[in-house]
Design a protein around this ligand. Sequence first.
Ligand SMILES: [Zn+2]
Length: 147
Amino acid sequence: MTCIECNRNLSYIDHKNSMDNYGVELCVQHQTRLEKVVKKNNTPIEAIKLYYGLKNAGVTPMLEWWDGKKSIDLAISRVKLNIEIDTEYNIITHKQAINDLEEAMHSFKNGFTTIRIPNVVIKYYLRETVNNILGIIEGLKVNIKAI
Ligand SMILES: [Zn+2]
């Protein structure tokens, strides 16, 4: 049991707390750091799981990236990909839906692609989600080269 950020050995209780709170193995120091980010931005736990899932797959995402207007759950800057985790997609209002569309439009105009992923998809299909994002990154890379 070691911290996936710094490889420090974890005690049983640190390991348990970290797994219960974030679903990944983190030392106290890295848990505290993450806790600050989560509290400040109301980050869903699935964003953290996906963040580490992508890191495991060799991608370097940024957690809670500030785009100048708002904080993006996950961003992969190399291919200008923004990932937002939807936590209340089943009760989405028409107001929220049009806001999402407008945000997507703005980010496209700035050369960014935004995808929205329901949190349950990450909860039940983390590996498949990571694989699909890897595919999207590949596709975006090809498009960037084409320009
Ligand atoms: Zn650590």
